[in-house]
Each structure stands twice: as structure tokens, then as C-alpha cells.
Design a protein around this ligand. Structure first.
Ligand SMILES: C[C@H](N)C(=O)N[C@@H](CCC(=O)O)C(=O)O
Ligand SMILES: [Mg+2]
Length: 364
């Protein structure tokens, strides 16, 4: 099975409601979709959103990195040589993790198709059913409480509450949501780098003292501020998770050595794809550290790839934040992964099992 062509398209899907974090506000998912064709007639799919504020990637850079750098190296490659192709992708260009992730997942899709098995089985097997949280965007307190209650009505049992704005209002936001959902849902916070280390310790102590039980707090401080992350981890009971501070295996090893965080958030758009995501899961497993698998604001093609990884690495990936498709108004993709609000399941089809994508605009 040899690669004969790589084509690109754009897939845009409106959200149910605006997605608001400390870093940005977005109203739709906009993914670069990659289609890898082979001489056997098999097609592999991948996708990547442009999360400039986190990865530095924009649509133009993703498209150009794939078109001008990665594609020429991959044409003619035999899908059976998976590790060789992964090395070609990862060594083709510095950074550009979203572009690498999109191409790599399409290659993994084809590799699993070669052996006629769902991707998660090729990655090690597991039970093809996981449960995701839902993100509650940072907003007025009443709106966040209403959104949290509506998420519970939809069946979500874990809410990822976005904070990281004004520290005083953030404390009130979390107290109000906790009072409304206590006993009905678990709360995890994501400050998206919005606090200083001292603010984070102050806020978390206030919440802990008020009896607010949080599952974890994600990325309270700036991505580069590993000392700040460590300062918080050493001072609060709430487990601290590194998101923007950990991209690939190197950063994860550094965070573990420093004891700067309790949990790592793995995202394919930060790792540059599946191979590094698996390496991180294995490193964390070795050090008895738990992981979350998360997504950017992205649609169901790339999130499906993360679902396969989550199932295969469920021993160490114990927390799931794969709510991109649940935030969308509809899912234009038909695949073997079904996103039913909190419940995500994989049916028995080869690879990622993608059979149709409605509304895909092909790029010239
Ligand atoms: C969508 C997911 N729940 C999420 O919050 N992901 C990121 C933010 C990604 C983005 O801005 O696109 C996170 O910080 O965890
Ligand atoms: Mg985060």
C-alpha cells in the first residue's frame, strides 16, 4: 500500500454556543482536512485545527507545511513502513505540530486499514467506549450556572469550567457552579494560563476552605512558567494538570523531574500526532502519573484519532476531554466513532472508519 497523493480541504462547523476561554472566543470549528490516497484504493483521513494562541499554528502554516514540506517526502512511501514514515514526518520540519498530527493520523488510519482492524486494536486494544466531560465557557456567572445545569441535563457527569479571567470573579464563578451542581457533576477547572502562581494558590485555598471539591485545575499559569506550576502544585490539595506547559515527551520528562504537576494533558495537536502521544502515555505510566487526553476546539475527524488512543491507553489516560464534537451544532462526518454527548463509542471498522464528510471544501 503506497502513498500516491495527498489532498487538502477545509471543514467548518458552527458551534452550539460560543466557546470562550481566557485566551480566545470562537464560534465554529475550522479544520484543515488531509486525505492520503494509496495505490490500493485505500484512503486515510486526518485533520487539524489552527490554535494559534496555543500551538502557534494557523491554517496557512498547516497547509503550507503539509503541501510543501511533508507531502513531497511521503509520496511513494509504503504504509507498511509505519515507523519510517513517522520519522519522515517528525523530522521534516521544526514545530508545526498540528500539521504533523494531521498527516500522522491519516497514516495510522491507513496502517490499521492495511491490517483490517480498528486503529485502537492496532495500538493495543481496549474497551471501545469512553466518557467525556463538557466545557463550560467562561462568561457571566448566571450564564455559566445555566450552561452547567443544561450540560447535566444532557448527561454530562464532569464539567470542565473555564476560568482565568478576574481572580475574584473566577472564585465566585466556581462557587456558584459548585453550589448548583454539587452531587450531580464533578468539576475540573481550566484557567488557560490566566492566573499568576500566587493568584492560583490564593484562589484554590479560598475554594478549598469554602468546601469546594475540585477534581483538578488545569494550566493555571503561563505555559513557560514551570516554576510557577511547581509553586502551586506544592501548596494546594487540588491536583494540578499541565496543558500548555507540556507539548512533547521532553517537556513531560522535565515536568516529572521537577515534580511541577500532578497530571499531564495529552493533545495530538501538541504532540505532533499519535506516536508521541503514546510515548507520553508510556512515560507517565512508568512514573505512575495520570494523564488526560484532550482536544483543541476541533471537529470529529481528529478527535476520533484521539478517541482510539484513549481506548488503547486507558490504563494511564484516566481523564477524557474530547468534547469538540459535542460543542458543534452537528457532525458532518460519518465514521466508526459515535459521539453521543458524554458517551463516545467505536464500532468495529478498519482504521478510523471514516466513510463520508459532508461540506468538505477541497483546496486547489
Ligand atoms: C475543547 C477542549 N475542551 C478545550 O478546552 N481545549 C483547550 C482549549 C483549546 C482551544 O482554545 O481551542 C484546553 O485548553 O484544554
Ligand atoms: Mg487546557
Amino acid at each position: 500500500m503506497k502513498i500516491t497523493d495527498i489532498r487538502l480541504g477545509m471543514l467548518r462547523v458552527p458551534l452550539k454556543t460560543a466557546f470562550k476561554t481566557a485566551l480566545r472566543t470562537v464560534n465554529s470549528t475550522e479544520d484543515v482536512v488531509i486525505i492520503v490516497e494509496t495505490d490500493s484504493g485505500n484512503t486515510g483521513y486526518g485533520a487539524a485545527p489552527a490554535t494559534a494562541v496555543i500551538t502557534g499554528d494557523i491554517h496557512g502554516s498547516i497547509i503550507e507545511a503539509i503541501r510543501t514540506v511533508i507531502k513531497p517526502r511521503l509520496l511513494g512511501q509504503d504504509i507498511a513502513d509505519l515507523n519510517h514514515i513517522i520519522r519522515l514526518i517528525q523530522g521534516s520540519i521544526m514545530k508545526n505540530y498540528s500539521a504533523k498530527a494531521a498527516v500522522e493520523m491519516a497514516v495510522y488510519d491507513l496502517f490499521a486499514q492495511l491490517y483490517k482492524a480498528p486503529l485502537y486494536k492496532i495500538l493495543g486494544g481496549g474497551v471501545p467506549k469512553i466518557t467525556t466531560d463538557l466545557t463550560i465557557s467562561v462568561d457571566y456567572i448566571d450564564k455559566m450556572v445555566a450552561d452547567s445545569l443544561s450540560a447535566i441535563d444532557r448527561g454530562f457527569e464532569t464539567l470542565k469550567v473555564k476560568v482565568g479571567k478576574d481572580i475574584g470573579v473566577d472564585i465566585e464563578r466556581v462557587k456558584a457552579i459548585y453550589a448548583a451542581v454539587e452531587g450531580k457533576a464533578l468539576i475540573r477547572l481550566d484557567a488557560n494560563q490566566g492566573w499568576t502562581a500566587k493568584e492560583a494558590v490564593y484562589a484554590l485555598h479560598k475554594l478549598e476552605d469554602a468546601g469546594v471539591r475540585l477534581e483538578l485545575v488545569e494550566q493555571p499559569v503561563k505555559a513557560y512558567d514551570l516554576e510557577g506550576l511547581k509553586y502551586i502544585t506544592e501548596r494546594v490539595h487540588t491536583p494540578v494538570m499541565a496543558d500548555e506547559s507540556s507539548f512533547g515527551p521532553r517537556e513531560v520528562i522535565e515536568l516529572i523531574k521537577m515534580r511541577a504537576a500532578d497530571i499531564i494533558n495529552i493533545k495530538l495537536m501538541k504532540t505532533g500526532g499519535i506516536a508521541n502521544a503514546i510515548k507520553i502515555a508510556d512515560i507517565c505510566s512508568f512514573y505512575d502519573m495520570q494523564c488526560m487526553i484532550g482536544c483543541m476546539l476541533e471537529g470529529s475527524i481528529s478527535v476520533a484519532a484521539a478517541v482510539h488512543v484513549a481506548v488503547a491507553k486507558s490504563d494511564v489516560i484516566t481523564k477524557i476531554d474530547l468534547d469538540g464534537p459535542s460543542l458543534c451544532a452537528f457532525d458532518p462526518v460519518t465514521s466508526s466513532v459515535s459521539f453521543n454527548d458524554a458517551d463516545i463509542t467505536i464500532a468495529d471498522a478498519p482504521g478510523l472508519g471514516i466513510t463520508a464528510i459532508e461540506g468538505l471544501e477541497m483546496l486547489a
